[in-house]
Each structure stands twice: as structure tokens, then as C-alpha cells.
Design a protein around this ligand. Structure first.
Ligand SMILES: [Zn+2]
Length: 412
């Protein structure tokens, strides 16, 4: 059972939570898919409101849903997307070269999921270890030959692991997990512990600047507690003795940054670090004005979508959607879209097929079953991988309209 906890202080620095950034109202939790016979009136809804810390400028939710409720139903397998697997492989190759990793090295990945990333190190003969909180997911990783511990990373669990292994890691990877971490300081302290004095920490996270520029409000959901700028991240890491030495801007999730940090402040930050710092300063990320006005831009996106939906219905078009993920749930619920508006949403995840989307209660079908309904138009919800989905649907013989709706209506 989920329950909400109101945040009274910044989860990173303990400072005062100030300006409102994005107010999405009361919503069902994005990954709580419903059985078709569930009591829909009893579905729990919680506030979804992102605010800005006055002190360190971390954007974060002012109410969070208890993490145990979220993780117990966590059924996300990273291996589902081909482009994501390629992204992971490139990262492993680049880090192996940069840090000269070999059979004497150790790579640890936190929230290692089904081992889709670490498998690349296993194949290269580089010792590695995954840390994954979901036991069923860790089991899949082990079945693929990736050593995996079932644990939540924190200061104490990291210290125990270093004692057990008798060494620190050359590379500690925390990709796309920081947003999901309730206790940011305990988690970063754990990363610092694992890396020790000489290891490198790699943190990949969606970037706040691109979230704002792309009006990516649908990346905000209850399972994402915080939304990181380089400014807020450097402040959070420094409290645990980690200094950012390099970064890369990535197209993943609509715009992410991969930050490399270590415990040696003598290493000069790269030009890429200095350039993003300068850009964030020039855009005013340390001022309230930068965060104000985002809500108005979100409203404009939603109004554009609702007009399109009404016009499509008036023209007698039958509409389906593709991609039953958190992003789509925030979008559909913010737009007030329901099962009367969209016939079905297609997804390949076995845990979601046959269930209803939280909040909107649109049924989830296999892509084949959705296409068999012969819709005139398919709304692609994960706009960040739209090209991949367009190819997939066209290859499957769909000739109707394909659209994405963020940051504006786009036809493919
Ligand atoms: Zn703060």
C-alpha cells in the first residue's frame, strides 16, 4: 500500500523548499497498473508538484510516495529497448578505454537492473558486480552471468561491501537511478565509499535544462523525486567529497548528462564541465526567475493536445497509443485523457499487458492486439524513442497517422 509523505526540507541540502516549478495536480502513481476488475473508484491519488530548493536549487517533489510501495511492484526490465542496449554498450567501451580497465579492475553498478549494462564488462573479462534492490530482477541478471547483490545502496551497505570485497571499485556506475533515490545523501555517500580515493563515479541523469527547454513535464512522476541540474549535482556531490571532472551531454531521455566525479579535487574540470556551468549560470539556474513560467508552458502543450484530440474525434478518427510507461501516464493524466478518448495503449512488457493504465484506465494490449483494432491514428507516448517506434509500426504495416504531443504536436 502506498502512502504520501510531505517534504518540509530539501532532500539534498536540508534547505527551505521555495518556488513552485510544475504543479500537475493529484495523480495516480505512474507504475501502479490496475487489474481489469479492480475497484477504479478506490484508486489512490497523490499530489504531483515539483518545487525548487531556495539554497541548492535542486528541483524536487514536495510530496513523495513511500518508496517501499513503489519498489515492491517494480517490473521494469531495461533490456526491452534496442537503442538503450546500444547506448549501454557504447558507454562500457568508452569507460574501458578511458580508465584502462582490465581483468584486475572492478566495476560496480548500482541499480543494475537485469544486468543489461554489466553484461558488456562480463563479455570483456572485466570483473564486475551489480547492486539491485529488486530480487526478481537481480535473479534475471544472475541467470545471464552477471554477479548481483540484492541491496539498496547507502553509506552502510557500501562500507560493508568494500570490507567484503577487500577493495574499492575502479568505476562506480549510477546511471538513471539518482532521480529514484529517496535519501540522496546516504546514496551519494555510498557511491563515494565504493569508489574510495582513486575510483571514478559515473552518474547519468536527465538534465534539468533540457527538461525546461523541451517542456518535458511528462518526465515528472511520483517515482522521480528530484530533477538535476549540474549546479545542484555539484553541490550535492561536494558534500561527500566528490568533484565533477568531466561530463557528456546525451540525447537519452530527451536530454541527459553523464557526470564523471572523483575524490581528487586537484584534477581540473574539463572544458565540457566549464561550458555547462557557464550555460547554466547564463540561463539563471541560481535564480527563481528561471523556474517561474514553466507551468504556463505545460498548460499550452496540454491545450494543444486536447484541441487535436477533439478535432480528431469530431472527424470520426479512432485513436490508440503506444508505450505504457511512466512518461505516458503523467501526460495522459495531466491532459485528463481517459478510456473514452483512446481505445488502447500498446506495450511489450508482459507485466503490463491485460492491465489498465493508472489514472486514465486505458487498457494495455500487445502491439499486435492494438493494431488489430485498426486505429486511424496512434499517439506515441515515449517521444524520446519515437523514431524507433515509428519504424516498428510502419514495418508492422500501419499506414495511419503517427503523432507525438510533447513539446508540440508532431506528425511522422
Ligand atoms: Zn537544497
Amino acid at each position: 500500500m502506498n502512502y504520501a509523505i510531505a517534504q518540509t526540507a530539501c532532500r539534498a541540502c536540508g534547505g527551505q523548499l521555495g518556488a513552485s516549478f510544475c504543479e500537475l495536480g493529484s495523480m495516480a502513481v505512474s507504475n501502479s497498473y490496475l487489474a481489469p476488475d479492480a475497484d477504479l473508484d478506490a484508486e489512490a491519488r497523490f499530489p504531483l508538484h515539483a518545487v525548487v530548493c531556495d539554497a541548492c536549487r535542486l528541483v524536487q517533489l514536495d510530496t513523495i510516495v513511500d518508496a517501499r510501495g513503489i519498489f515492491s511492484d517494480y517490473a521494469y526490465f531495461s533490456s526491452a529497448s534496442a537503442s538503450w542496449l546500444a547506448h549501454a554498450r557504447h558507454f562500457c567501451d568508452a569507460m574501458t578505454e578511458r580508465l584502462a580497465l582490465d581483468h584486475d579492475s572492478l566495476v560496480i553498478e548500482v541499480a543494475s537492473n537485469d544486468g543489461y549494462l554489466l553484461r558488456n564488462f562480463v563479455a570483456a573479462g572485466i570483473p564486475c558486480l551489480g547492486i539491485e534492490p529488486a530480487a526478481n530482477v537481480a535473479e534475471v541478471a544472475r541467470a545471464h552471468g552477471v554477479p548481483t547483490e540484492v541491496a539498496f545502496l547507502g553509506r552502510d551497505s557500501a562500507a560493508a561491501l568494500v570490507r567484503q570485497l577487500g577493495r574499492h571499485a575502479n568505476l562506480v556506475i549510477a546511471n538513471n537511478v539518482l532521480a529514484h533515490v529517496p535519501d540522496v545523501n546516504d546514496f551519494i555517500a555510498g557511491l563515494a565509499q565504493l569508489a574510495g580515493a582513486h575510483g571514478m563515479v559515473s552518474i547519468e541523469a536527465p538534465q534539468l535544462l533540457t527538461l525546461v527547454d523541451g517542456v518535458q513535464f511528462d518526465t515528472i512522476y511520483h517515482e522521480h523525486y528530484a530533477y538535476w541540474s549540474l549546479l545542484a549535482m555539484e553541490r550535492a556531490l561536494a558534500r561527500h567529497g566528490l568533484y565533477v571532472v568531466d561530463l557528456e551531454r546525451l540525447p537519452t531521455h530527451g536530454g541527459s548528462m553523464r557526470v564523471l566525479a572523483c575524490a581528487t579535487p586537484m584534477v581540473l574540470p574539463s572544458d565540457r564541465v566549464r561550458s555547462l556551468r557557464a550555460e547554466e549560470a547564463a540561463r539563471g539556474l541560481d535564480n527563481d526567475a528561471f523556474y517561474a513560467g514553466f507551468d504556463q508552458r505545460v498548460k499550452a502543450v496540454l491545450e494543444g493536445f486536447r484541441s487535436w484530440l477533439s478535432a480528431s474525434h469530431a472527424a470520426g478518427k479512432r485513436i490508440a497509443a503506444y508505450g505504457a510507461a511512466a512518461k505516458g501516464n503523467t501526460f495522459l493524466n495531466a491532459a485528463g485523457t481517459g478510456a473514452g478518448d483512446i481505445l488502447a495503449v500498446a506495450d511489450r512488457s508482459p507485466g503490463k499487458i491485460g492491465r489498465l493504465l493508472p489514472g486514465s484506465h486505458i487498457p494495455v494490449l500487445t502491439p499486435e492486439a492494438m493494431l488489430a483494432l485498426a486505429p486511424d491514428c496512434i499517439l506515441i507516448l515515449p517521444w524520446n524513442i519515437a523514431d524507433e517506434i515509428v519504424t516498428l509500426l510502419r514495418t508492422a504495416g500501419f499506414h495511419g497517422e503517427l503523432v507525438t504531443a510533447v513539446p508540440e504536436l508532431r506528425y511522422y
